[in-house]
Design a protein around this ligand. Sequence first.
Ligand SMILES: O=C(O)c1ccc(O)c(O)c1
Ligand SMILES: [Mg+2]
Length: 580
Amino acid sequence: MRRSIATVSVSGTLAEKLDAIAAAGFDGVEIFENDLVSSPLSPEEVRDRAADLGLGIDLYQPFRDFEAVGPDALAAGLRRAEHKFAVMERLGARTLLVCSNVSRDAVDDDELAAAQLRLLAERAAAHGIRIAYEALAWGRHVDDYLHAWRIVRMADHPNLGTCLDSFHILSRGTDPGGIEAIPGEKIFFLQLADAPRLAMDVLQWSRHHRCFPGQGDFDVAGVVGHALRAGYRGPLSLEVFNDIVRQAAAARTAVDAMRSLIALEERATAPATAPTGFAFAELAVPAPERLGELLTALGFARTGGHATKPVELWEQGRARILLNATAREGTSLAAIGLETPDPGGAVRHAEHLLAPVLPRHRAPGEADLHAVAAPDGTELFFCRTDDPAWRADFSRPREAPGGEITCLDHVALAQPRHQFDEAALFYRSVLGLRPAARVEFADPYGLVRSRAMAGPGDAVRMVLNIASVGGGGAPWQHVALASTDIVATARRLRGLTLPIPANYHDDLEARFDLGPERHRLLRELGLLYDRDEHGEFLHLYTATYGRVFFEVVQRIGGYRGYGTAGSHVRLAAQHDGPYP
Ligand SMILES: O=C(O)c1ccc(O)c(O)c1
Ligand SMILES: [Mg+2]
Protein backbone atom coordinates (compact mmCIF):
# COMPACT_ATOMS: atom_id res chain seq x y z
CA MET A 1 0.00 0.00 0.00
CA ARG A 2 1.20 3.48 -0.78
CA ARG A 3 2.13 5.35 2.41
CA SER A 4 1.61 9.09 2.58
CA ILE A 5 1.42 11.82 5.15
CA ALA A 6 0.13 15.38 5.24
CA THR A 7 2.81 18.02 5.77
CA VAL A 8 0.78 19.37 8.71
CA SER A 9 1.64 16.17 10.60
CA VAL A 10 5.30 17.03 11.23
CA SER A 11 7.06 20.17 12.45
CA GLY A 12 9.41 22.50 10.61
CA THR A 13 9.56 24.40 7.36
CA LEU A 14 8.22 22.75 4.24
CA ALA A 15 11.75 21.75 3.19
CA GLU A 16 12.46 20.25 6.62
CA LYS A 17 9.16 18.40 6.57
CA LEU A 18 9.87 16.86 3.17
CA ASP A 19 13.34 15.75 4.29
CA ALA A 20 12.02 14.10 7.45
CA ILE A 21 9.10 12.46 5.64
CA ALA A 22 11.34 11.06 2.91
CA ALA A 23 13.93 9.83 5.43
CA ALA A 24 11.21 7.85 7.23
CA GLY A 25 10.39 6.06 3.99
CA PHE A 26 7.05 7.58 2.92
CA ASP A 27 6.00 7.36 -0.72
CA GLY A 28 4.01 10.56 -0.91
CA VAL A 29 2.79 13.73 0.79
CA GLU A 30 -0.29 15.88 1.03
CA ILE A 31 0.89 19.47 0.71
CA PHE A 32 -0.88 21.74 3.15
CA GLU A 33 -1.56 25.12 1.67
CA ASN A 34 -0.15 27.01 4.67
CA ASP A 35 3.13 25.15 4.33
CA LEU A 36 3.42 26.15 0.69
CA VAL A 37 2.26 29.73 1.14
CA SER A 38 4.83 30.34 3.87
CA SER A 39 7.66 28.64 1.99
CA PRO A 40 10.33 30.54 0.05
CA LEU A 41 10.40 27.62 -2.40
CA SER A 42 8.46 28.01 -5.63
CA PRO A 43 5.96 25.26 -6.48
CA GLU A 44 8.42 23.98 -9.09
CA GLU A 45 11.18 23.83 -6.50
CA VAL A 46 8.90 21.94 -4.11
CA ARG A 47 7.97 19.53 -6.91
CA ASP A 48 11.63 18.94 -7.81
CA ARG A 49 12.73 18.61 -4.22
CA ALA A 50 9.99 16.08 -3.47
CA ALA A 51 10.88 14.16 -6.64
CA ASP A 52 14.58 14.12 -5.70
CA LEU A 53 13.59 12.70 -2.32
CA GLY A 54 11.42 10.06 -3.97
CA LEU A 55 8.16 11.60 -2.75
CA GLY A 56 5.06 11.99 -4.88
CA ILE A 57 2.71 14.92 -4.20
CA ASP A 58 -0.49 12.98 -3.73
CA LEU A 59 -2.83 15.78 -2.73
CA TYR A 60 -3.10 19.52 -2.26
CA GLN A 61 -5.34 20.86 0.49
CA PRO A 62 -7.53 22.31 1.87
CA PHE A 63 -9.91 24.15 -0.44
CA ARG A 64 -12.62 25.57 1.79
CA ASP A 65 -16.17 26.91 1.77
CA PHE A 66 -16.87 26.39 -1.92
CA GLU A 67 -20.19 24.56 -2.35
CA ALA A 68 -23.86 25.34 -1.63
CA VAL A 69 -23.45 29.09 -1.98
CA GLY A 70 -25.09 32.00 -3.86
CA PRO A 71 -23.99 33.14 -7.33
CA ASP A 72 -21.45 35.76 -6.19
CA ALA A 73 -19.73 33.39 -3.82
CA LEU A 74 -19.74 30.72 -6.51
CA ALA A 75 -18.02 33.05 -8.99
CA ALA A 76 -15.42 33.96 -6.36
CA GLY A 77 -14.93 30.28 -5.51
CA LEU A 78 -14.36 29.33 -9.15
CA ARG A 79 -11.88 32.15 -9.58
CA ARG A 80 -10.01 31.01 -6.46
CA ALA A 81 -10.06 27.45 -7.78
CA GLU A 82 -8.46 28.45 -11.10
CA HIS A 83 -5.56 29.99 -9.16
CA LYS A 84 -5.18 26.83 -7.11
CA PHE A 85 -5.31 24.61 -10.19
CA ALA A 86 -2.45 26.66 -11.64
CA VAL A 87 -0.41 26.17 -8.45
CA MET A 88 -1.20 22.46 -8.48
CA GLU A 89 -0.03 22.13 -12.08
CA ARG A 90 3.25 23.74 -11.07
CA LEU A 91 3.50 21.38 -8.09
CA GLY A 92 2.53 18.34 -10.09
CA ALA A 93 -0.36 17.59 -7.70
CA ARG A 94 -3.38 15.89 -9.29
CA THR A 95 -5.93 15.78 -6.47
CA LEU A 96 -7.46 18.72 -4.61
CA LEU A 97 -9.19 18.16 -1.30
CA VAL A 98 -12.37 20.22 -0.88
CA CYS A 99 -13.72 20.37 2.68
CA SER A 100 -17.45 20.66 3.25
CA ASN A 101 -18.54 24.24 3.72
CA VAL A 102 -18.44 25.53 7.32
CA SER A 103 -19.64 29.04 6.52
CA ARG A 104 -22.90 30.48 7.91
CA ASP A 105 -23.68 31.51 4.33
CA ALA A 106 -23.81 27.93 3.08
CA VAL A 107 -27.33 26.77 2.27
CA ASP A 108 -28.84 23.44 3.14
CA ASP A 109 -29.41 22.26 -0.42
CA ASP A 110 -27.78 19.05 -1.63
CA GLU A 111 -28.80 19.57 -5.24
CA LEU A 112 -27.15 22.99 -5.28
CA ALA A 113 -24.01 21.59 -3.61
CA ALA A 114 -23.90 18.78 -6.17
CA ALA A 115 -24.39 21.11 -9.15
CA GLN A 116 -21.65 23.45 -7.94
CA LEU A 117 -19.21 20.65 -7.17
CA ARG A 118 -19.91 19.26 -10.63
CA LEU A 119 -19.00 22.64 -12.09
CA LEU A 120 -15.78 22.64 -10.06
CA ALA A 121 -14.99 19.11 -11.27
CA GLU A 122 -15.52 20.15 -14.91
CA ARG A 123 -13.08 23.04 -14.48
CA ALA A 124 -10.62 20.73 -12.67
CA ALA A 125 -10.86 18.15 -15.45
CA ALA A 126 -9.53 20.70 -17.93
CA HIS A 127 -6.31 20.67 -15.86
CA GLY A 128 -6.27 16.91 -15.34
CA ILE A 129 -7.14 17.49 -11.67
CA ARG A 130 -9.55 15.49 -9.50
CA ILE A 131 -11.66 16.88 -6.66
CA ALA A 132 -11.92 14.86 -3.42
CA TYR A 133 -14.85 16.10 -1.32
CA GLU A 134 -14.49 15.58 2.43
CA ALA A 135 -17.18 15.97 5.11
CA LEU A 136 -15.67 17.88 8.03
CA ALA A 137 -17.22 16.70 11.30
CA TRP A 138 -18.21 20.34 11.93
CA GLY A 139 -19.42 21.13 8.39
CA ARG A 140 -22.35 23.57 8.30
CA HIS A 141 -24.75 21.17 6.54
CA VAL A 142 -22.52 18.27 5.48
CA ASP A 143 -20.80 16.66 8.45
CA ASP A 144 -21.20 12.98 7.67
CA TYR A 145 -19.18 10.93 5.15
CA LEU A 146 -22.26 9.27 3.67
CA HIS A 147 -23.88 12.66 3.13
CA ALA A 148 -20.76 13.82 1.26
CA TRP A 149 -20.90 10.62 -0.79
CA ARG A 150 -24.60 11.20 -1.67
CA ILE A 151 -23.70 14.66 -3.00
CA VAL A 152 -20.76 13.25 -4.98
CA ARG A 153 -23.03 10.56 -6.45
CA MET A 154 -25.66 13.16 -7.34
CA ALA A 155 -23.03 15.36 -9.05
CA ASP A 156 -21.95 12.35 -11.09
CA HIS A 157 -18.70 13.55 -12.62
CA PRO A 158 -15.64 11.34 -13.20
CA ASN A 159 -13.34 14.00 -11.71
CA LEU A 160 -15.35 14.22 -8.49
CA GLY A 161 -14.97 11.66 -5.72
CA THR A 162 -14.96 11.61 -1.95
CA CYS A 163 -12.17 11.85 0.61
CA LEU A 164 -12.64 9.78 3.74
CA ASP A 165 -10.98 10.87 6.97
CA SER A 166 -11.10 8.45 9.90
CA PHE A 167 -11.21 11.29 12.42
CA HIS A 168 -14.32 12.91 10.96
CA ILE A 169 -16.06 9.53 10.76
CA LEU A 170 -15.12 8.10 14.16
CA SER A 171 -15.28 11.33 16.20
CA ARG A 172 -19.00 11.54 15.41
CA GLY A 173 -19.56 7.93 16.39
CA THR A 174 -20.82 7.16 12.86
CA ASP A 175 -20.77 3.52 11.77
CA PRO A 176 -17.85 3.23 9.31
CA GLY A 177 -19.42 0.10 7.81
CA GLY A 178 -21.23 2.31 5.28
CA ILE A 179 -17.89 2.88 3.53
CA GLU A 180 -18.33 -0.50 1.86
CA ALA A 181 -21.36 0.86 -0.02
CA ILE A 182 -19.13 3.43 -1.79
CA PRO A 183 -17.52 2.12 -4.99
CA GLY A 184 -13.76 1.96 -4.33
CA GLU A 185 -12.91 4.09 -7.36
CA LYS A 186 -15.10 6.91 -6.02
CA ILE A 187 -13.03 7.06 -2.83
CA PHE A 188 -10.37 9.40 -4.16
CA PHE A 189 -8.40 9.65 -0.93
CA LEU A 190 -8.18 8.10 2.55
CA GLN A 191 -6.86 10.14 5.47
CA LEU A 192 -6.05 8.47 8.75
CA ALA A 193 -5.86 9.88 12.23
CA ASP A 194 -6.57 8.51 15.67
CA ALA A 195 -7.56 10.46 18.78
CA PRO A 196 -8.09 9.92 22.48
CA ARG A 197 -11.76 9.80 23.51
CA LEU A 198 -12.44 13.27 24.86
CA ALA A 199 -15.74 14.95 25.59
CA MET A 200 -15.14 18.25 23.84
CA ASP A 201 -15.98 20.41 20.86
CA VAL A 202 -15.15 18.34 17.78
CA LEU A 203 -13.26 21.13 15.97
CA GLN A 204 -10.96 21.71 18.95
CA TRP A 205 -10.60 17.96 19.36
CA SER A 206 -9.55 17.60 15.71
CA ARG A 207 -7.21 20.58 15.57
CA HIS A 208 -5.30 19.82 18.79
CA HIS A 209 -5.65 16.18 19.79
CA ARG A 210 -5.41 14.03 16.70
CA CYS A 211 -2.65 11.44 16.95
CA PHE A 212 -1.18 8.68 14.83
CA PRO A 213 -3.19 5.47 14.45
CA GLY A 214 -2.65 3.20 17.42
CA GLN A 215 -1.96 6.09 19.80
CA GLY A 216 -5.58 6.95 20.52
CA ASP A 217 -8.84 5.15 21.13
CA PHE A 218 -10.33 4.92 17.63
CA ASP A 219 -10.56 1.77 15.55
CA VAL A 220 -8.64 3.24 12.61
CA ALA A 221 -7.74 -0.23 11.30
CA GLY A 222 -11.47 -0.91 11.02
CA VAL A 223 -11.89 2.11 8.72
CA VAL A 224 -8.96 0.91 6.57
CA GLY A 225 -10.50 -2.56 6.38
CA HIS A 226 -13.84 -1.14 5.16
CA ALA A 227 -12.11 1.04 2.56
CA LEU A 228 -10.06 -1.89 1.26
CA ARG A 229 -13.18 -4.05 1.06
CA ALA A 230 -14.88 -1.22 -0.86
CA GLY A 231 -12.04 -1.56 -3.39
CA TYR A 232 -10.01 1.52 -2.42
CA ARG A 233 -6.44 1.19 -3.69
CA GLY A 234 -5.10 4.72 -3.15
CA PRO A 235 -2.66 5.92 -0.50
CA LEU A 236 -3.07 5.46 3.25
CA SER A 237 -2.32 9.01 4.31
CA LEU A 238 -1.76 10.27 7.83
CA GLU A 239 -3.27 13.64 8.70
CA VAL A 240 -2.54 14.64 12.28
CA PHE A 241 -3.13 18.03 13.85
CA ASN A 242 -1.50 17.90 17.27
CA ASP A 243 0.02 20.55 19.53
CA ILE A 244 2.81 18.31 20.78
CA VAL A 245 3.71 17.08 17.30
CA ARG A 246 3.97 20.67 16.11
CA GLN A 247 6.80 21.17 18.62
CA ALA A 248 8.49 17.79 18.32
CA ALA A 249 11.54 16.93 16.23
CA ALA A 250 10.37 16.24 12.66
CA ALA A 251 12.62 13.26 12.02
CA ARG A 252 11.44 11.46 15.13
CA THR A 253 7.77 12.22 14.43
CA ALA A 254 8.09 10.94 10.86
CA VAL A 255 9.52 7.62 12.09
CA ASP A 256 6.76 7.36 14.69
CA ALA A 257 4.21 8.08 11.95
CA MET A 258 5.70 5.42 9.70
CA ARG A 259 5.65 2.91 12.56
CA SER A 260 1.97 3.63 13.06
CA LEU A 261 1.21 2.95 9.38
CA ILE A 262 3.19 -0.28 9.31
CA ALA A 263 1.44 -1.46 12.49
CA LEU A 264 -1.91 -0.40 11.06
CA GLU A 265 -1.38 -2.44 7.91
CA GLU A 266 -0.34 -5.33 10.14
CA ARG A 267 -3.51 -5.02 12.22
CA ALA A 268 -5.58 -5.00 9.07
CA THR A 269 -3.85 -8.24 8.02
CA ALA A 270 -1.96 -10.48 10.52
CA PRO A 271 -1.82 -9.73 14.25
CA ALA A 272 1.58 -9.44 15.92
CA THR A 273 2.83 -12.26 18.13
CA ALA A 274 2.95 -11.07 21.70
CA PRO A 275 5.49 -12.12 24.35
CA THR A 276 4.38 -14.98 26.58
CA GLY A 277 5.77 -13.54 29.81
CA PHE A 278 8.50 -11.53 31.48
CA ALA A 279 11.91 -13.21 31.48
CA PHE A 280 13.50 -10.61 33.77
CA ALA A 281 13.77 -6.97 34.75
CA GLU A 282 17.28 -5.50 34.79
CA LEU A 283 18.14 -2.67 37.11
CA ALA A 284 21.20 -0.53 36.62
CA VAL A 285 22.54 0.07 40.13
CA PRO A 286 25.57 1.99 41.44
CA ALA A 287 26.20 -0.84 43.92
CA PRO A 288 24.10 -3.99 44.36
CA GLU A 289 24.21 -4.24 48.18
CA ARG A 290 21.14 -2.18 49.15
CA LEU A 291 18.90 -3.76 46.57
CA GLY A 292 20.30 -7.15 47.47
CA GLU A 293 19.03 -6.62 51.03
CA LEU A 294 15.58 -5.72 49.76
CA LEU A 295 15.46 -8.68 47.37
CA THR A 296 16.52 -10.99 50.18
CA ALA A 297 13.72 -9.64 52.36
CA LEU A 298 11.34 -10.22 49.47
CA GLY A 299 12.40 -13.89 49.42
CA PHE A 300 14.72 -13.76 46.40
CA ALA A 301 18.07 -15.53 46.31
CA ARG A 302 21.16 -14.56 44.38
CA THR A 303 21.38 -17.53 42.03
CA GLY A 304 24.28 -16.52 39.80
CA GLY A 305 26.72 -13.92 38.61
CA HIS A 306 27.43 -13.06 35.00
CA ALA A 307 30.57 -14.65 33.56
CA THR A 308 32.03 -11.45 32.16
CA LYS A 309 29.94 -8.53 33.44
CA PRO A 310 29.22 -7.12 36.92
CA VAL A 311 25.68 -8.46 36.82
CA GLU A 312 23.94 -10.49 39.52
CA LEU A 313 20.94 -12.71 38.91
CA TRP A 314 18.30 -12.85 41.67
CA GLU A 315 15.41 -15.27 41.43
CA GLN A 316 12.25 -16.43 43.13
CA GLY A 317 9.92 -18.73 41.21
CA ARG A 318 9.70 -17.25 37.72
CA ALA A 319 10.46 -13.74 38.99
CA ARG A 320 13.98 -12.75 37.93
CA ILE A 321 15.80 -9.51 38.67
CA LEU A 322 19.19 -8.62 37.28
CA LEU A 323 21.32 -6.12 39.19
CA ASN A 324 23.78 -4.54 36.81
CA ALA A 325 26.39 -2.64 38.79
CA THR A 326 27.51 -0.42 35.93
CA ALA A 327 25.25 2.57 36.67
CA ARG A 328 27.18 5.78 37.21
CA GLU A 329 24.21 7.61 38.64
CA GLY A 330 21.26 6.34 40.64
CA THR A 331 19.30 3.14 40.27
CA SER A 332 17.07 2.84 37.22
CA LEU A 333 15.23 0.21 35.26
CA ALA A 334 17.50 -0.42 32.28
CA ALA A 335 16.07 -3.43 30.49
CA ILE A 336 13.15 -5.79 30.33
CA GLY A 337 13.47 -9.40 29.22
CA LEU A 338 10.49 -10.81 27.38
CA GLU A 339 9.84 -14.47 26.85
CA THR A 340 8.93 -15.33 23.31
CA PRO A 341 9.03 -18.58 21.35
CA ASP A 342 10.98 -16.93 18.50
CA PRO A 343 13.42 -14.19 19.63
CA GLY A 344 14.92 -13.74 16.16
CA GLY A 345 11.46 -13.33 14.66
CA ALA A 346 10.47 -10.93 17.43
CA VAL A 347 13.46 -8.71 16.70
CA ARG A 348 12.84 -8.80 12.94
CA HIS A 349 9.23 -7.79 13.62
CA ALA A 350 10.41 -4.95 15.88
CA GLU A 351 12.87 -3.86 13.21
CA HIS A 352 10.09 -3.90 10.61
CA LEU A 353 8.34 -1.47 12.98
CA LEU A 354 11.44 0.75 12.92
CA ALA A 355 12.67 -0.11 16.40
CA PRO A 356 16.43 0.42 16.74
CA VAL A 357 18.10 -2.96 17.12
CA LEU A 358 20.80 -2.89 19.77
CA PRO A 359 24.31 -3.99 18.96
CA ARG A 360 25.49 -6.67 21.35
CA HIS A 361 28.87 -6.78 22.94
CA ARG A 362 29.21 -10.40 23.85
CA ALA A 363 32.13 -12.58 24.75
CA PRO A 364 32.75 -15.77 22.76
CA GLY A 365 30.40 -18.50 23.92
CA GLU A 366 27.86 -16.11 25.40
CA ALA A 367 24.23 -16.16 24.35
CA ASP A 368 23.36 -14.07 21.31
CA LEU A 369 20.68 -11.87 22.80
CA HIS A 370 18.12 -10.16 20.64
CA ALA A 371 17.34 -6.66 21.84
CA VAL A 372 15.80 -3.41 20.68
CA ALA A 373 15.56 0.04 22.28
CA ALA A 374 12.20 1.53 23.25
CA PRO A 375 11.64 5.29 22.76
CA ASP A 376 12.36 5.92 26.45
CA GLY A 377 15.70 4.14 26.19
CA THR A 378 14.57 0.96 27.95
CA GLU A 379 16.19 -2.05 26.33
CA LEU A 380 13.88 -4.90 25.43
CA PHE A 381 15.44 -8.34 25.24
CA PHE A 382 13.62 -11.19 23.58
CA CYS A 383 14.38 -14.60 25.13
CA ARG A 384 13.31 -18.14 24.34
CA THR A 385 10.66 -19.39 26.74
CA ASP A 386 11.79 -23.02 26.91
CA ASP A 387 15.53 -22.39 26.62
CA PRO A 388 16.48 -19.19 28.40
CA ALA A 389 19.96 -19.02 26.88
CA TRP A 390 20.77 -15.85 28.76
CA ARG A 391 20.63 -17.81 32.02
CA ALA A 392 23.54 -19.97 30.90
CA ASP A 393 25.71 -16.83 30.85
CA PHE A 394 25.51 -16.77 34.65
CA SER A 395 28.15 -18.69 36.52
CA ARG A 396 27.23 -21.34 39.12
CA PRO A 397 23.54 -21.06 38.41
CA ARG A 398 21.47 -22.41 41.34
CA GLU A 399 17.89 -23.44 41.31
CA ALA A 400 15.53 -20.55 41.89
CA PRO A 401 13.98 -20.75 45.36
CA GLY A 402 10.22 -21.17 45.61
CA GLY A 403 8.29 -18.62 47.64
CA GLU A 404 5.06 -16.72 47.55
CA ILE A 405 6.40 -14.43 44.81
CA THR A 406 5.90 -16.26 41.55
CA CYS A 407 6.51 -13.89 38.64
CA LEU A 408 6.52 -10.28 37.46
CA ASP A 409 2.96 -8.92 37.35
CA HIS A 410 3.72 -5.72 35.49
CA VAL A 411 6.36 -3.12 34.83
CA ALA A 412 5.60 0.60 35.02
CA LEU A 413 7.69 3.12 33.11
CA ALA A 414 7.76 6.90 33.35
CA GLN A 415 7.62 8.69 30.00
CA PRO A 416 8.48 12.25 29.11
CA ARG A 417 5.23 14.05 28.30
CA HIS A 418 6.07 14.68 24.67
CA GLN A 419 6.86 11.00 24.08
CA PHE A 420 3.86 9.43 25.76
CA ASP A 421 1.87 8.70 22.57
CA GLU A 422 4.99 7.52 20.79
CA ALA A 423 5.80 5.13 23.64
CA ALA A 424 2.23 3.81 23.77
CA LEU A 425 2.28 3.08 20.05
CA PHE A 426 5.73 1.50 20.33
CA TYR A 427 4.81 -0.93 23.10
CA ARG A 428 1.45 -1.62 21.51
CA SER A 429 2.81 -2.40 18.06
CA VAL A 430 6.18 -4.00 18.88
CA LEU A 431 4.87 -6.14 21.78
CA GLY A 432 1.31 -6.59 20.53
CA LEU A 433 -0.18 -5.20 23.76
CA ARG A 434 -3.76 -3.93 23.99
CA PRO A 435 -4.06 -0.51 25.64
CA ALA A 436 -6.64 0.15 28.32
CA ALA A 437 -8.32 3.51 28.81
CA ARG A 438 -6.18 6.40 30.00
CA VAL A 439 -6.54 7.30 33.65
CA GLU A 440 -5.43 10.31 35.63
CA PHE A 441 -4.52 10.63 39.26
CA ALA A 442 -3.29 13.39 41.47
CA ASP A 443 0.28 13.86 42.53
CA PRO A 444 0.82 16.49 45.26
CA TYR A 445 2.72 18.51 42.66
CA GLY A 446 0.74 17.83 39.50
CA LEU A 447 -1.38 15.36 37.64
CA VAL A 448 -0.17 11.97 36.42
CA ARG A 449 -1.63 10.45 33.25
CA SER A 450 -1.37 6.74 32.96
CA ARG A 451 -2.16 4.05 30.44
CA ALA A 452 -1.95 0.34 31.07
CA MET A 453 -1.53 -2.20 28.31
CA ALA A 454 -1.63 -5.97 28.39
CA GLY A 455 -0.90 -8.83 26.02
CA PRO A 456 -3.03 -11.92 25.38
CA GLY A 457 -3.92 -13.73 28.59
CA ASP A 458 -2.36 -10.83 30.52
CA ALA A 459 0.99 -12.65 30.23
CA VAL A 460 2.72 -9.28 29.91
CA ARG A 461 1.38 -6.10 31.45
CA MET A 462 2.96 -2.68 31.20
CA VAL A 463 1.94 0.69 32.57
CA LEU A 464 3.09 3.95 31.02
CA ASN A 465 2.93 7.06 33.16
CA ILE A 466 3.53 10.69 32.36
CA ALA A 467 3.78 13.34 34.93
CA SER A 468 2.74 16.67 33.50
CA VAL A 469 4.19 18.59 36.37
CA GLY A 470 6.74 21.29 35.58
CA GLY A 471 8.55 19.02 33.18
CA GLY A 472 9.92 16.80 35.95
CA GLY A 473 7.22 15.31 38.11
CA ALA A 474 7.20 11.79 39.42
CA PRO A 475 10.07 10.05 37.64
CA TRP A 476 9.59 6.64 39.19
CA GLN A 477 9.69 3.32 37.43
CA HIS A 478 8.56 0.21 39.15
CA VAL A 479 8.50 -3.54 38.96
CA ALA A 480 5.38 -5.21 40.34
CA LEU A 481 5.84 -8.71 41.71
CA ALA A 482 2.96 -11.16 41.94
CA SER A 483 2.59 -12.75 45.37
CA THR A 484 0.32 -15.64 46.27
CA ASP A 485 0.35 -14.51 49.92
CA ILE A 486 0.95 -10.80 50.29
CA VAL A 487 0.39 -10.95 54.05
CA ALA A 488 3.42 -13.23 54.38
CA THR A 489 5.47 -11.02 52.04
CA ALA A 490 4.45 -7.90 53.98
CA ARG A 491 5.44 -9.49 57.29
CA ARG A 492 8.92 -10.24 55.99
CA LEU A 493 9.30 -6.76 54.53
CA ARG A 494 8.48 -4.86 57.71
CA GLY A 495 10.33 -1.55 57.80
CA LEU A 496 11.11 -1.66 54.09
CA THR A 497 7.64 -0.76 52.85
CA LEU A 498 6.21 2.62 51.99
CA PRO A 499 4.30 3.99 55.01
CA ILE A 500 0.61 4.40 54.25
CA PRO A 501 -1.27 7.08 56.22
CA ALA A 502 -4.00 6.03 58.68
CA ASN A 503 -6.41 8.33 56.80
CA TYR A 504 -6.17 6.00 53.82
CA HIS A 505 -7.31 3.05 55.93
CA ASP A 506 -10.07 5.11 57.55
CA ASP A 507 -11.34 5.96 54.08
CA LEU A 508 -10.97 2.36 52.93
CA GLU A 509 -13.10 1.20 55.83
CA ALA A 510 -15.76 3.70 54.84
CA ARG A 511 -15.73 2.54 51.23
CA PHE A 512 -15.61 -1.22 51.77
CA ASP A 513 -16.99 -3.49 54.45
CA LEU A 514 -14.32 -6.17 54.66
CA GLY A 515 -14.93 -7.05 58.31
CA PRO A 516 -12.92 -5.74 61.29
CA GLU A 517 -10.27 -8.45 61.11
CA ARG A 518 -9.30 -7.80 57.49
CA HIS A 519 -9.31 -4.04 57.95
CA ARG A 520 -7.03 -4.41 60.98
CA LEU A 521 -4.60 -6.53 58.96
CA LEU A 522 -4.51 -4.10 56.03
CA ARG A 523 -3.84 -1.25 58.43
CA GLU A 524 -1.18 -3.10 60.40
CA LEU A 525 0.76 -4.19 57.32
CA GLY A 526 0.29 -1.00 55.29
CA LEU A 527 -1.53 -2.87 52.51
CA LEU A 528 -3.66 -1.10 49.92
CA TYR A 529 -6.87 -2.60 48.64
CA ASP A 530 -9.02 -2.38 45.54
CA ARG A 531 -11.81 -4.35 43.97
CA ASP A 532 -13.50 -4.58 40.58
CA GLU A 533 -16.34 -6.70 39.21
CA HIS A 534 -13.90 -9.59 38.70
CA GLY A 535 -12.07 -9.78 41.99
CA GLU A 536 -9.90 -8.17 44.64
CA PHE A 537 -6.45 -6.61 44.68
CA LEU A 538 -4.04 -6.24 47.60
CA HIS A 539 -0.81 -4.37 47.14
CA LEU A 540 2.10 -2.65 48.84
CA TYR A 541 5.09 -0.62 47.80
CA THR A 542 8.70 -0.86 48.89
CA ALA A 543 11.05 2.00 49.60
CA THR A 544 12.44 3.75 46.53
CA TYR A 545 15.98 3.18 45.29
CA GLY A 546 17.05 5.91 42.89
CA ARG A 547 14.23 5.98 40.35
CA VAL A 548 13.01 2.49 41.14
CA PHE A 549 10.71 0.85 43.65
CA PHE A 550 8.96 -2.49 43.80
CA GLU A 551 5.30 -3.16 44.23
CA VAL A 552 3.99 -6.45 45.53
CA VAL A 553 0.53 -7.37 44.32
CA GLN A 554 -1.91 -10.15 44.98
CA ARG A 555 -4.75 -10.58 42.52
CA ILE A 556 -7.66 -12.51 44.00
CA GLY A 557 -10.16 -13.80 41.48
CA GLY A 558 -9.85 -12.16 38.10
CA TYR A 559 -9.14 -8.55 39.16
CA ARG A 560 -8.07 -6.73 36.01
CA GLY A 561 -6.81 -3.36 37.23
CA TYR A 562 -3.66 -1.92 38.78
CA GLY A 563 -4.89 -0.45 42.04
CA THR A 564 -5.02 3.03 40.55
CA ALA A 565 -7.43 4.13 43.28
CA GLY A 566 -4.44 4.15 45.66
CA SER A 567 -1.93 5.81 43.33
CA HIS A 568 -2.41 9.30 44.73
CA VAL A 569 -1.74 7.97 48.24
CA ARG A 570 1.45 6.30 47.03
CA LEU A 571 2.67 9.43 45.23
CA ALA A 572 2.09 11.62 48.27
CA ALA A 573 3.98 9.14 50.47
CA GLN A 574 6.82 8.88 47.95
CA HIS A 575 7.24 12.63 47.79
CA ASP A 576 7.36 12.55 51.61
CA GLY A 577 10.48 10.33 51.57
CA PRO A 578 13.21 9.54 52.35
CA TYR A 579 12.23 6.43 54.27
CA PRO A 580 12.57 4.08 55.98
O1 LIG B 1 -9.30 21.26 10.44
C1 LIG B 1 -9.53 21.48 9.26
O2 LIG B 1 -9.99 22.52 8.83
C2 LIG B 1 -9.27 20.38 8.28
C3 LIG B 1 -8.77 20.67 7.03
C4 LIG B 1 -8.53 19.65 6.13
C5 LIG B 1 -8.78 18.34 6.47
O3 LIG B 1 -8.55 17.30 5.63
C6 LIG B 1 -9.29 18.07 7.72
O4 LIG B 1 -9.53 16.79 8.02
C7 LIG B 1 -9.52 19.06 8.62
MG1 LIG C 1 -8.97 15.42 6.58
